[in-house]
Design a protein. Structure first.
Length: 215
């Protein structure tokens, strides 16, 4: 399982580049030695590591490994779930490596070696599945927005400027306060208040756009 391929002697990739390993565990309590031993036996010239959950976006070790890799090198992992947070993330990483002329290999996932014809085919299948997953997400998001619109809501965060807050702001401005002062008194941002005033004016057809009564 962890032995280097016959075509990659002395820790070199099939193209003559270096084999660079990457290992990851989710918590400090987990043992990384199994992964590191397998990567060393596979002939990795250097191994980068991370202690981070699979969903964690920032992984310093992975970032260092990606920056260290050069064309003709191959990134080697013990298992593909050590690299990607999700299938689309994994495919995106491997596509980026391929664009840079770098291979990818998993020691325990049979056939996952993009430097071989069969491995490249498997990766293309993964890429198609990832694209399918992204399409499903887009469709669900679109459907959710259409349902929300049908119920009279727009997508995004709900405005902090409710009709009641807007009325209080206008009352304060009628008494001489500026938009900035009214927003501060109501403990809301002046930008949301500007937007709410502008939207209300446009709806009323005044076109005033919520101009500030001085700053």
């Amino acid at each position: 399982m962890g032995a280097p391929d016959p075509g990659t002697p002395n820790g070199r990739s099939a193209e003559g580049g270096a084999l660079i390993g990457y290992a990851r565990v989710s918590t400090p309590e987990q043992d990384m030695s199994l992964q590191i031993d397998a990567l060393e036996k596979a002939g990795c010239a250097r191994i980068f590591t991370d202690v981070a959950g699979g969903a964690k976006a920032e992984r310093a070790g992975l970032a260092e490994a990606l920056a260290y890799l050069r064309p003709a090198d191959t990134l080697v992992v013990w298992k593909i779930d050590r690299l990607g947070r999700s299938l689309p993330h994994l495919v995106g990483l491997v596509e980026n490596l391929r664009d840079r002329g770098i291979g990818f290999r998993s020691l325990t996932d049979a056939g996952m070696d993009t430097t071989t014809p069969s491995g490249a085919l498997i990766f293309h299948i993964f890429a198609a599945l990832a694209d399918f997953e992204r399409s499903l997400i887009r469709e669900r998001t679109k459907a959710g927005l259409e349902v929300a619109a049908a119920r009279g809501r727009k997508g995004g965060r709900r405005s902090v400027v409710t009709p009641g807050v807007l009325k209080r702001a206008r009352d304060m401005m009628d008494k001489g306060l500026t938009v900035r002062q009214a927003a501060a008194a109501l403990k809301i941002g002046k930008t949301p208040l500007y937007e709410a005033l502008r939207a209300a004016d446009e709806a009323a057809g005044s076109g005033s756009g919520g101009k500030e009564n001085g700053v």
